[in-house]
Design a protein around this ligand. Structure first.
Ligand code: MN
Ligand code: MN
Length: 470
């Protein structure tokens, strides 16, 4: 090696930048902590298969830790939860500082792509009872065929009472499935077509039964046999489907993936990986130096519209409620404008088989820590809030000081496609917002994959953000 070579090595080490793999950066005993943490995370995934279930579990974890319903008024420990329509959860830890200083917010979403049942779902065809679905969010339809599905949801009866239903998660439960065509007969109707034309929303019908009612005088004996089952077991009539929200999700539990068990494979890690890590981070901060909050929003996967989505006035409404609860004079818009937010959502990790869709210098990589995404959107940065360099600089300092393994990631090649998060709806209030979450393989599929090291560093990142001052 010449003197010149030695010199250049030093310069690259001094002022160059290379990403770190989390497994190369483990502290003593950290691997055990990571695996334990991910055990709890998998349990959370297993009981939180819908937005309603996630909200319920977030709130019961909060109650266990002394959080009180904000509707009960001010409390001594400053720990509050709010359950909005069973579909948004907010956790707050107030430390006595004026809210006008601004809030430190981590905001994730509790909804995930799935198949909803239509309002008139039940019919029969060729002596099989079937249920019509309407997919929710961005799915690749073929991934939902010929696989075990579980039914979760609620029926609301005309007297306002709610019947909850979960079928397909217990080992002894039956499951549901959508049939796919056998390869022997799919040459013309599937294989010669474009992928976007092969699978049709109206053919995503759930097989729900095949034993008819005994009385041959009855009409629709196969359909009505399913209806009688629902009537006998849940007291339901066919009309009750009209006021129901029933979701088909992949049946089964989150699992470790790989010989080394270094990854978690599960449905709905987008975005429940950020939900779980944000919740734990908020719980685990010792003495918050600022007022810290976690928002768990609904409807992100369908564009955040609706009264439980982020593109609503909910944030303003809730902040007003927060001010009222502690008796602080002030305006919600002022509080929000002074706030800082990590938009806690996942990013797509570089796919080893389809590297071409990514721009490798700026793609998030599995195992390289929590991913910070300065902007999302598509094309020429359309529909994104694009965080400022100043806020990125602040977040960078916080993460580096706390020893968080993190990377910057952009969703794909510029002209390849794109996507958005709830960041822009929070940014609309004037606060600083940046996207920050775990990178996933097979994102939006029924079996999303995350690195346990990345999950852990997502938790560490949110906790460091909460612990840092404004
Ligand atoms: Mn998401
Ligand atoms: Mn998503």
């Amino acid at each position: 090696m010449t003197d010149q070579d030695k010199e250049s090595t030093k310069i690259s080490e001094l002022i160059g930048y290379e990403k770190n793999n989390v497994w190369d950066k483990l502290a003593e005993g950290e691997k055990e902590l990571i695996f334990d943490f991910c055990g709890d995370y998998k349990n959370f995934l297993d009981i939180s298969k819908t937005e309603r279930e996630a909200v319920k579990n977030i709130i019961s974890s909060a109650v266990e830790r002394g959080f009180a319903d904000i509707n009960q008024g001010e409390n001594k420990n400053g720990k509050y939860y709010y359950n909005y329509r069973g579909k948004i959860a907010v956790l707050a830890r107030l430390n006595g500082n004026s809210l006008a200083r601004g809030l430190k917010i981590v905001a994730a979403h509790v909804d995930a792509p799935r198949l909803d049942l239509k309002q008139n779902p039940l019919y029969e065809e060729q002596d099989i009872a079937l249920l019509k679905t309407h997919y929710y969010g961005g799915i690749k339809k073929y991934q939902w065929l010929a696989r075990p599905l579980a039914l979760h949801g609620v029926f609301v009866l005309t007297d306002g009472s709610i019947k909850e239903i979960t079928i397909g998660e217990d080992d002894n439960d039956p499951i549901f499935s959508i049939d796919d065509l056998l390869p022997h007969l799919s040459r013309k109707s599937q294989e010669s077509k474009k992928l976007s034309e092969v699978f049709i929303g109206e053919k995503m019908n759930i097989i729900a039964g095949s034993i008819p009612l005994e009385n041959k005088e009855e009409k629709n004996r196969f359909k009505m046999a399913v209806m009688s089952y629902l009537h006998e077991n849940y007291g339901l009539t066919e009309k009750d489907f009209l006021s129901a929200e029933l979701e088909l999700v992949p049946a089964g539990k989150a699992r470790d993936l790989g010989f080394d068990r270094s990854m978690v494979a599960s449905y709905a890690q987008d975005d429940r990986v950020c939900v779980f890590t944000a919740m734990k981070a908020l719980f685990d901060v010792e003495n918050p130096s600022e007022n810290i909050l976690a928002f768990f929003m609904d409807k992100e996967e369908t564009g955040s519209s609706g009264n439980t989505g982020s593109d609503s006035r909910f944030l303003e409404y809730f902040t007003g409620m927060l001010l009222d609860t502690i008796g602080e004079e002030g305006r919600p818009l002022t509080v929000l404008a002074h706030s800082q937010c990590l938009s806690a959502d996942v990013n797509g990790a570089l796919n080893p088989d389809y590297q071409d869709v990514h721009e490798k210098m700026n793609a998030a990589k599995l195992g390289y820590g929590v991913c910070v995404t300065k902007f999302t959107g598509s094309g020429g940065k359309y529909n994104t809030s694009d965080a400022s360099a100043e806020f990125m600089g602040k977040v960078r300092r916080i993460f580096d000081e706390a020893g968080v393994v993190w990377q910057s990631g952009e969703l794909g090649k510029i002209d390849e496609g794109g996507g958005g998060t709830i960041a822009k709806f929070f940014a609309a209030y004037g606060m600083d917002v940046i996207d920050c979450g775990t990178a996933l393989l097979s994102m939006h599929s029924p079996l999303e994959i995350a690195s346990k090291g990345d999950i852990w560093n997502t938790y560490k990142a949110y906790k460091a953000f909460y612990e840092a001052g404004m």
